[in-house]
Design a protein around this ligand. Sequence first.
Ligand code: HEC
Ligand code: HEC
Length: 361
Amino acid sequence: MKPRTIKRLAWALASAGVSAGAALAQTPDLQPLPEPKFNADQAAMGKYLFFDPRLSGDAALSCASCHDPKKGWTDGQPLGKGYPASESFRNTPTILNATLKSRFHWDGRLDGSDAGTLVRDQITEAVYMNTDGRLMQERLKQVPEYNEMWKKFRKDDINGMRVFNVVGEFIKTVTSKNVPFDKFKKGDEGALSAAAKEGYALFKGKAGCVACHNGPVGSDGKLHNTGVPENPGVWSDPLRAITMLRHYSTHGMPNYMNARTDVGSFAITKDPKDVGKFNTPSIRDLKYTSPYMHNGVFATLDQVVDFYNKGGGQGSELKPLNLSDAEKKALVTFLESLSGDPVIIDPPKLPEYKVWAFGKN
Ligand code: HEC
Ligand code: HEC
């Protein structure tokens, strides 16, 4: 063989190898969770702030009021509560692993890699904590222990925008622990029961769940329409209905006053193809986070799997699955294996305000 032919052959083999590798990487699958990365000093302060109601306008609501560690870091309700005089029109998602998602919120409106901006919205939006960032900053500056904690990582005074990042660092620490599925993926065959393994095969095969639920948290980070039915509790409760319309108006949705349903991502993108689409949620720690879906209409995982078995609801992009009762059960057993030990952090004892001498701050 001429040297040039050998070279060409090697090139052909190498490029075949590369493309086979790329094809392999493209086969979607669930992956074990990565180790959380965060700034420890900021996360330590963020833990106090997460539980501190002084971050809210009326100093009565903290992040934990709605994301309660004892309720899987949710509020346990189908539809979330809100700041006084408002109620949420969506289910309160868990904090667990939330910062590993590529988009935040049911409609995927915020970038998952920017926890600080998410925290800013939760603190300042009228429906959640309804505070002015400067008011919050001044309150925190009146707490000597907070100034001490701040000095560990910054030379300046407590500063509103950076406070958002500090809470963001804390929520990065809230991740699942001791998850059977992760142990299995790392080589511990015994970590999953036979039923869970059968459920995993269905998840990747006949049931087709893996097409959307993949990666470390089980989300492709894309918008899909599964046709989840409306929760009548939204429109029948004036505070929820008004909150929904206000959300639409804030995002500049055309003709929002005519809307009677949760249009999902359309309110953000204004692309008619996105009506009824939602960001694929995490499917980790479902044991602790019922009820399910953007409006909490399903109380159990059996109901969720039944819903998928029928091909989802109106307008759905899904097809019926024809799963037997035993297959449905195996799928639920598999979903449960994606839950770790309960992650519970007790509220820390919050430091008090200090009244400073006149003229000193
Ligand atoms: C009054 C209740 C309430 C309070 C207080 C609240 N949240 Fe939320 N949170 C919600 C609701 C409801 C959503 C979902 C909103 C949506 O999807 O439209 C949400 C969404 C989130 C998400 C996105 C999760 C995901 O999977 O996309 C994170 C993270 C989060 N909140 C963190 C916080 C932090 C940190 C605080 C405190 C600074 C906080 N929240 C305060 C109710 C609340
Ligand atoms: C076409 C993409 C797609 C497929 C396929 C899919 N899902 Fe989903 N899944 C979603 C979306 C989007 C949501 C959120 C829908 C909503 O709230 O309106 C969701 C929600 C869920 C939830 C609720 C999570 C929570 O915290 O509330 C579970 C559980 C779930 N899916 C499991 C499954 C299972 C099991 C399968 C396979 C039978 C499956 N999914 C197939 C996109 C998909």
